[in-house]
Design a protein around this ligand. Structure first.
Ligand code: WQD
Length: 338
């Protein structure tokens, strides 16, 4: 298939372009580079040996988006583009609702006008709110605790309605906690500013860009008192997109949600210790108070993706940390500005 990857220069998008190419698909990247650097695509080309066409485009521009679909043959869209910082979404809710929803509407209109029927969407386990664990795809109602999460819930509803009305097949991929990097050390996560998430922060402490990790709370009702999450290697996550894309035409219903997670919870201290093993030395850290809004523990029931997509995770927390460290130590400041 000829696949348009929106947000294809971002962390998960760029890692997904590689297995799409390996599976024999053609890829067009669309990105506005507001959250990523164009040099990411050079690394994708270096690792794949394939030229990847890039369209620098803000998808909220409906005319340019339509023009792209009018001039390129596109068989499917994998839609990653979107704002994703939880804290920032509380500060700037209108920016989040506008950007995340308008890009999706613009894509959907162009897809309908040009007869593109296949869509894979980046959703999030955040749509489960505080559902009982493990999270299962049939849980309702979907509720999120912040504006970022609510954009994912809203888009899931929009896509579900549009798919049920006909002419669109949609896989809603609910990611758990993506971490890791390409094992070559040439690609990885390159957050702007101070990282919000655990593993990118740990990596910057290990490389000397930050003084120490703050562990947010050790008085949760978990085995070691720190929060548990379902961490998934970005390469496993990327493979899940290829599996979902190739299953779209065979899905029993026009829209289907899939959890992409391992089914296991790992605590903050377990991640810290795995990272210390990867680096080979202790990492400075201190226990501080809880972070507002954090849930104690959640993980996926990944059985639907296993049964229907034939997909499951293959890499564990030590692989994730080793790959992140290879990337971070070789690229302490992330991708070059180019
Ligand atoms: C993991 C654990 C923290 C940083 C978030 C979003 C979620 C999803 C993924 C997109 C928690 C602890 C963290 C630090 C710490 N995004 N922590 N010190 O919160 O599970 O999920 O990103 O959909 O919507 O909420 O991930 O990596 O921020 O935190 O102790 O400096 O690490 O308290 O227990 P989270 P995270």
């Amino acid at each position: 298939m000829r696949v348009l990857v929106s947000g294809g220069a971002g962390y998960i998008g760029s890692h997904t372009v590689l297995p799409l190419l390996e599976a024999g698909h053609e890829v067009l990247v669309v990105d506005d580079f507001s959250m990523s650097k164009p040099t990411v695509v050079n690394r994708v080309e270096e690792l794949s040996g394939v030229h990847v066409p890039v369209h620098a485009l803000d998808l909220t521009d409906t005319e340019k988006t339509d023009h792209l679909f009018a001039t390129e043959r596109i068989d499917a869209v994998v839609h990653f583009a979107g704002f994703k910082a939880v804290g920032e979404s509380v500060e700037k809710p209108l920016d989040y609702y506008t950007n995340n929803l308008d890009t999706t509407f613009s894509l959907l209109r162009a897809m309908r006008r040009h007869g593109v029927r296949r869509l894979v969407f980046s959703s999030s386990a955040t749509v489960y709110g505080d559902a009982p664990v493990p999270y299962r795809e049939d849980h309702e109602p979907l509720v999120a605790a912040n504006p970022y999460g609510r954009t994912k819930v809203m888009i899931e509803h929009v896509l579900t309605d549009v798919a049920r009305a006909g002419d669109l097949r949609v896989a809603l991929l609910r990611y758990f906690n993506p971490v890791g990097a390409h094992p070559s050390g040439r690609m990885g996560e390159d957050p702007q500013g101070i990282p919000n998430n655990l593993v990118p922060f740990l990596a910057q402490v290990a490389v000397g860009r930050r003084e120490k990790l703050s562990v947010f709370g050790d008085d949760y009702p978990t085995a070691d008192g720190t929060c548990e999450r379902d961490y998934i290697h970005v390469q496993d996550l990327a493979a899940g997109h290829v599996a979902a894309l190739e299953h779209l035409d065979a899905m029993a219903t026009p829209v289907r949600a899939y959890n992409l997670g391992s089914g296991r919870g790992t605590s903050v201290l377990e991640v810290l210790h795995a990272f210390e093993r990867a680096v080979g030395r202790p990492i400075p850290h201190e226990i501080v108070g809880r972070r507002a809004g954090d849930l104690p523990a959640y993980w996926a029931d990944p059985s639907r993706a296993a049964e229907e997509l034939g997909w499951r995770t293959e890499r564990g927390i030590d692989d994730m940390c080793a790959d992140v460290w290879r990337w971070q130590s070789a690229n302490p400041e992330g991708y070059p500005v180019g």
